[in-house]
Ligand binder design. Structure first.
Ligand SMILES: Cc1cc2nc3c(=O)[nH]c(=O)nc-3n(C[C@H](O)[C@H](O)[C@H](O)COP(=O)(O)OP(=O)(O)OC[C@H]3O[C@@H](n4cnc5c(N)ncnc54)[C@H](O)[C@@H]3O)c2cc1C
Length: 414
């Protein structure tokens, strides 16, 4: 590894910024290129017309008591809301009785137990863990579209079981996207520069970009798995194992639509409702997230794909129909849709967060494996236990950077 050249990080999401920040802090010269004209990737906070933050991408500090972003948030002066998330509280869905909520909770517990019982067996679609004929299966599947971005029959049971969730979920009031952005402060980041090819067989690595060629001592590829799987970033020599692994870890789809809510006081803060409880084609609605006068609507899986085929208006129409069925047609007058991101249509992400196809859970390790200790892969999809999260992505970047720093120390010592 030639230490006079910079390390090049491709992609300024949580993974790439985690790598770049760690390298810069260790005194290693680092350059970041980013295809979009902003940093953050799938972490993206925008402001409502009234100035309230809205996270189009990540919003929750999952596994909060072990999440390194909590300490960073506090150091940076962000407000960490240590709340119990809506999905761990009684659902506020009108007409969803205590008895039915208890039965639904028991069906979820049984599903989770079956995941554990299946350990060591051949991997299967997670839908195989549903109790046949259980009345709550459609709603469990709807929940899967929100946390995996895909229905259970598409998802590996083994991978789902390996996800490490410590049950604590907090929020950063000013926006998770803004928090991720702070990682980029002071770094040399070139926006609007797309990586097109990586040559990794020479004495140094060379990366062809939309703005010319860059020579680097090491490269960290921190792109979404769905983007890698298209082959849009070419490798010389080719890396078919990596493309195959990326293809085994597609991005599921989850999209958020936020309404401004008039006369919000009648709704308790941070309470969620299901649009319906008898189908998987439904959305989840959080009233007054963090106390803001908003309703956050969460769509996932096939429903989100179908709505994205139209446009943002289709999400609004769907949500208004479900909400007026729950609260009466009058609620429509109190709801004002704000702009949203259609993550499946963004060429730089092609989806929201990764799941593993059945039988493919171990592809996360395959994608993570560096090539020749000079070409590294980071991002949420390479995390075997914290995939699909912003802090999981960050940690993979930190790990890649540590290996680069260790290799450089070895070189200097030698
Ligand atoms: C709706 C939604 C809700 C979510 N909710 C949560 C949540 O509550 N909690 C949580 O922890 N996580 C959540 N996530 C997931 C989280 O946002 C992601 O896992 C994380 O941000 C991914 O970081 P990353 O670095 O792996 O990828 P990305 O953030 O996608 O970064 C990759 C970067 O590479 C850039 N890029 C792409 N192609 C090229 C190229 N050829 N050249 C140069 N640059 C390129 C992209 O523009 C992007 O900036 C959510 C995501 C979505 C979409």
């Amino acid at each position: 590894m030639s230490s006079s050249l910079p390390v090049l990080v491709i992609g300024a999401g949580a993974g790439g910024l985690g790598a770049a920040r760690t390298l810069a802090d260790a005194g290693v010269p680092v350059l970041v290129i980013e295809a979009r004209n902003r940093i953050g990737g799938r972490a993206h906070t925008v402001l409502s017309p009234g100035g309230d933050p809205i996270d189009h991408g990540c919003g929750w500090l999952h596994s909060a008591t072990e999440n390194p972003m909590v300490a960073i948030a506090e150091r940076e002066g962000f407000t960490v809301d240590r709340l119990t998330p809506p999905w761990q509280r009684r659902s506020a869905t009108p007409g969803f009785s205590e008895t039915d909520q208890a039965a639904f909770g028991a069906a979820i517990d049984r599903f989770d137990e079956r995941l554990v019982e299946a350990r060591g067996q051949d991997d299967r679609p997670a839908s195989a863990m549903l109790e046949p004929g259980n009345r709550w299966n459609p709603l469990i599947d709807a929940v899967s579209t929100w946390y995996s971005g895909a229905e259970l029959d598409l998802v590996s049971a083994e991978d789902l079981d390996r996800y490490d969730d410590n049950g604590r979920n907090w929020r950063v009031r000013e926006g998770y996207g803004r928090l991720i952005e702070t990682l980029g402060r002071g770094l040399d980041i070139r926006l609007g520069v797309r990586a097109e090819a990586v040559r990794h067989d020479g004495r140094t690595l060379t990366v062809e970009t939309s703005r010319g060629t860059i020579e680097a001592s090491a490269v960290v590829v921190a792109l979404p798995s769905a983007v890698l799987a298209t082959g849009a970033l070419r490798f010389h020599p080719a890396l078919p194992d990596k493309i195959e692994a990326a293809d085994a870890l597609p991005l599921g789809l989850a999209d958020k639509l936020t309404f401004r809510l008039d006369d919000a006081d009648g709704f308790e803060a941070d309470r969620a409702v299901f649009g319906r409880t008898d189908t998987r084609r439904t959305a989840s609605y959080t009233f007054r997230p963090s106390g803001f006068a908003q309703v956050e609507c969460y769509f996932g899986g096939a429903l989100a794909y179908d709505l994205e085929r139209d446009d943002a208006r289709a999400f609004e129409t769907f949500a208004l129909e479900e909400l007026s069925a729950l609260y009466g047609a009058d609620i429509r007058r109190r709801l004002h849709a704000l702009p949203m991101t259609l993550w499946g249509r963004e060429p730089e992400s092609l989806g929201s967060y990764s799941y593993a196809r059945p039988g493919m859970a171990r592809m996360r390790e395959r994608l993570a494996e560096p090539v020749g200790e000079r070409l590294f892969f980071a991002g949420e999809a390479v995390s075997p236990t914290h995939y699909s999260t912003a802090h999981g992505a960050y940690l993979t970047g930190v790990e890649a950077a540590r290996r680069i720093v260790a290799a450089r120390h070895g070189e200097i010592a030698a």
